[in-house]
Design a binder for this molecule. Structure first.
Ligand SMILES: CC(C)(COP(=O)(O)OP(=O)(O)OC[C@H]1O[C@@H](n2cnc3c(N)ncnc32)[C@H](O)[C@@H]1OP(=O)(O)O)[C@@H](O)C(=O)NCCC(=O)NCCS
Length: 292
């Protein structure tokens, strides 16, 4: 594979994403109108790996990250090229670098409309639509059926149990990521019959707060877990990324002030990524587009 590429008159090299000033990464997301703050980039760099396309004088023209979870899986995200250099092969070159570094891992990503043809051409297949819901949260939330179980704040000794539940829903062990997320999130746990039946995290992200991951056994539980965070954010900007197109959970989000702003497509390469089964835990809210 080519170790550098010529893009217009620039020769670009792949550098480790940790070797550049976070301000340059922030400039990339601003250029493509994504909401990431410098703090969001710093978090993503702590929990994942990445490369940037850099020219001879240190200018950054693109980025791509991957987030290994468990032994045989990684999610890919933050694939960006600066608008003035798009459609000239930069995105394809960045993805070739990432695919080489991910080796034999099974892969998943959430493709924007702009990136979809690129991923199809690289052998990724579509699995589901993700609805990015966001907005100012309502001061009064829509009524919910009675909660079965009890909601409490996460304690440190519950992390292993929520990671085990999460692995059943997500399909890969992301215990390390969850430990890092719990350090920057408020986390609500749903217990029923002495066992953890669901959990939800909420952290500052972009323009406000991102609620997710939210893992639950059914949509009523998912709505209660999400409501626990929304109650703490009246009138504030919140975001939930979910694969629920309709049904009770989607309606609850809609009536809480979170309208669909955009959709992306979950795609995979290697083994199938999403495996939903009746009465099994499911990912109702994503941790984010990049980390799945
Ligand atoms: C998606 C993105 C990374 C692609 O980067 P890029 O540098 O334009 O990609 P490339 O030039 O390597 O093009 C890759 C493929 O995309 C498609 N493509 C790129 N520009 C296109 C255009 N203007 N019209 C139609 N297709 C286009 C083509 O299929 C192309 O394949 P080809 O090599 O056979 O021509 C870039 O558009 C971007 O940063 N977009 C905003 C952020 C984003 O959505 N990121 C994706 C996150 S999942």
């Amino acid at each position: 594979m080519q170790q550098s590429m010529h893009l217009k008159s620039f020769e670009l090299f792949a550098h480790d994403i940790n070797d550049v000033d976070v301000k340059l990464l922030h400039a990339l997301t601003i250029a493509v109108r994504w909401p990431h703050r410098q703090k969001d980039w710093e978090f993503l760099r702590r929990v994942g790996h990445g490369i940037v396309a850099v020219d001879g004088i240190g200018r950054v023209f693109g980025s791509a990250m991957w987030f290994p979870q468990g032994d045989d899986f990684a999610s890919i995200g933050l694939v960006i090229t600066t608008p003035r250099t798009q459609a000239q092969g930069g995105g394809r070159w960045l993805m070739a670098q990432v695919l080489e570094r991910c080796g034999q891992r099974n892969l998943a990503l959430n493709a924007t409309h702009a990136a979809y043809p690129l991923y199809v051409s690289l052998g990724f297949t579509s699995e589901a639509v993700v609805y990015m819901r966001q907005g100012q949260t309502q001061h009064t939330l829509p009524p919910l059926p009675e909660l079965e179980g009890e909601l409490t704040a996460l304690t440190g000794d519950q992390l292993a149990e929520i990671a085990a539940l999460d692995a059943r829903a997500f399909g890969a062990n992301r215990a390390q990521l969850l430990a890092s997320l719990s350090g920057v999130s408020s986390t609500v746990v749903l217990s029923r019959g002495g066992k953890i039946a669901g959990y939800s995290m909420c952290r500052e992200f972009g323009r406000g707060h991102q609620i997710g991951p939210t893992i639950a056994l059914n949509e009523q539980d998912a709505a209660h877990l999400t409501a626990a965070h929304l109650k703490a954010l009246p009138g504030r900007f919140a975001r939930v990324d979910t694969r629920e197109r309709d049904g009770m959970f989607a309606e609850f989000l809609e009536n809480s002030g979170l309208a669909v702003a955009e959709t992306v497509t979950t795609m995979s390469k290697g083994r199938r990524f999403l495996n939903r089964e009746a009465n099994q835990p499911w990912v109702y809210g994503l941790a984010g587009h990049a980390v799945g």
